[in-house]
Design a protein around this ligand. Structure first.
Ligand SMILES: NC(=O)c1ccc[n+]([C@@H]2O[C@H](COP(=O)([O-])OP(=O)(O)OC[C@H]3O[C@@H](n4cnc5c(N)ncnc54)[C@H](O)[C@@H]3O)[C@@H](O)[C@H]2O)c1
Length: 432
């Protein structure tokens, strides 16, 4: 078959929908929460069916004069509580199923933290590291024009996710603005500060991981000082989380990224590692003073906190039994399969679910959007304090419900969030 599957022939595609993939995980999580939703569960199909899924063809001229087509998506899972909100991912593994699942988790996340948003997500199946800067710009601009049909500051607001950043948000904002004929800063968040971005946004997701972990550790009687933390993924989320944990007394004993895994019993300095990687002197494996370990061994590392902050489906039934941490903090979206979560919970570990643990990014994205709408900007201290309050409050409500009803934290977060979403659904009624 010579369709556009040719780049990655084994991946599911809308041309070949053989596999439900990550969307199946989301559906299973919805099924787990339904028994706890009382009468609202009659609206369950609202959660099982994304409201709108747009699949776009993204053709661009390559620098060598050829034309290549890429598969792009934007899914608005639910907009009952406000405009769609969620990141855009550039990755060779992006599928419609994955974007649907990520959009569903955004619906739950935004409602869990009580942000006035629905859930959305986007992505392009591409390895951006294979593109030149000008190819990346053309790809971003064409994709933004294609999804321009359904995005906008009051309709759906994209943001960075895996392999997308401030630079790409600036191109998206410019393309959308050129198409509508007016500068529209509020169409995306995670922008550079000079284009209406918010102070504190870059580190917000990682900082949020720390805030909810701190709250959990207080309740579990765990000390932050000296706590050993293993971090998978050293990008936007993992890097910031590692720095904030270390600044608050924890020790980062192991880090894994796409290049491999490193270990140091008395702690890796994430600031020094960040500076080392920025100097492009090598990969994480070349960082001086650390021991290289296999990616498999990473899961055996002795630690109190395990922070998966890379991709989904990393903690599976195969490795969950080996993880020694008391606390698993899901910096990534969907890093733990439902079967793996059962194994972790059965041995008494606590899993801080993605819809709470990584909600710091979208919370400060919300602050950015509010600042754009009012053209009035806040200080970083103000933003960090508001972020801390928003996540501590969300944590408390989820923790208290989990204690009261003897539920896993993920189920409790889903109960609170899905109740909000389905109440909004019911109150709005069906149109027409
Ligand atoms: N950026 C945000 O604000 C934000 C917000 C909420 C959730 N998330 C989620 O956090 C996760 C990471 O996002 P990010 O923005 O930090 O992405 P990023 O692109 O900045 O970093 C990803 C990191 O994961 C590593 N990685 C990739 N594949 C890997 C593999 N197979 N094994 C080990 N490491 C691997 C990369 O080397 C990199 O260090 C994603 O699941 C994303 O959806 C991000």
């Amino acid at each position: 078959m010579s369709l556009s599957l040719s780049n990655h022939p084994n991946l599911p595609s809308y041309l070949n929908p053989a596999d439900l993939g990550p969307w199946a995980t989301f559906l299973e999580q919805v099924d787990r929460v339904l028994p706890h939703l009382g009468k609202l569960s009659v609206w369950a199909d609202t959660l099982r069916r994304p409201k709108r899924s747009l699949i776009v063809d993204v053709p661009i001229h390559m620098d060598d004069g050829t034309v290549r087509h890429f598969e792009g998506y934007r899914v608005q899972h639910n907009v009952s509580r406000g405009p769609g909100k969620g990141g855009v991912r550039y990755h060779p593994g992006v599928t419609l199923s994955e974007v649907m699942a990520l959009a569903g988790w955004m619906t739950v996340k935004n409602a869990a933290v009580n942000l006035p948003y629905g859930g959305a997500k986007g992505g392009i199946r591409v390895d951006p590291k294979q593109l030149s800067m000008s190819e990346l710009e053309r790809l971003t601009r064409r994709y933004t024009s294609e999804i321009g049909l359904i995005i906008g500051p009051e309709r759906d607001i994209p943001a960075p996710d895996v392999n997308t950043n401030e630079r790409i948000m600036a191109w998206m904002m410019d393309t959308y603005s050129m198409n509508v004929g007016a500068t529209s800063t509020g169409v995306v968040t995670g922008k550079p500060i000079t284009l209406g971005g918010s102070l504190g946004r870059r580190d917000a997701t990682g900082r949020g991981c720390f805030v909810v972990a701190r709250e959990a550790m207080q309740r579990l009687g765990m000390e932050m000082k000296g706590a050993r933390v293993a971090v998978q993924g050293f990008g936007n989320v993992g890097n910031a989380a590692a720095r904030v944990f270390q600044e608050n007394g924890a020790s980062i004993v192991a880090i894994q990224d796409v290049a491999g895994s490193i270990y140091k019993a008395d702690g890796i300095d994430p600031h020094a590692l960040t500076a080392f990687l920025a100097r492009r002197e090598g990969t994480l494996l070349d960082f001086p003073g650390v021991e290289r370990i296999s990616n498999d061994k990473f899961w055996d590392v002795d630690c109190e906190v395990m922070l998966p902050a890379a991709l989904e489906n990393q903690i599976t039934a195969d490795n969950a039994g080996r993880i020694r941490a008391k606390l698993v903090v899901e910096g990534a979206n969907g890093p733990t399969t439902p079967q793996a979560e059962d194994i972790l919970l059965a041995r008494g570990a606590i899993v801080l679910p993605d819809v709470l643990a990584n909600a710091g990014g979208v919370t400060v994205s919300y602050f950015e959007w509010v600042q754009n709408a009012s053209s009035f900007f806040w200080t970083e201290a103000d933003i960090n304090a508001r972020l801390d309050r928003a996540l501590s409050d969300a944590f408390r409500a989820i923790w208290d419900l989990s204690q009261e009803r003897k539920l896993a934290l993920r189920t409790a977060a889903f109960v609170i969030a899905c109740t909000r979403v389905l109440e909004a659904r019911e109150l709005r009624g069906l149109y027409p």
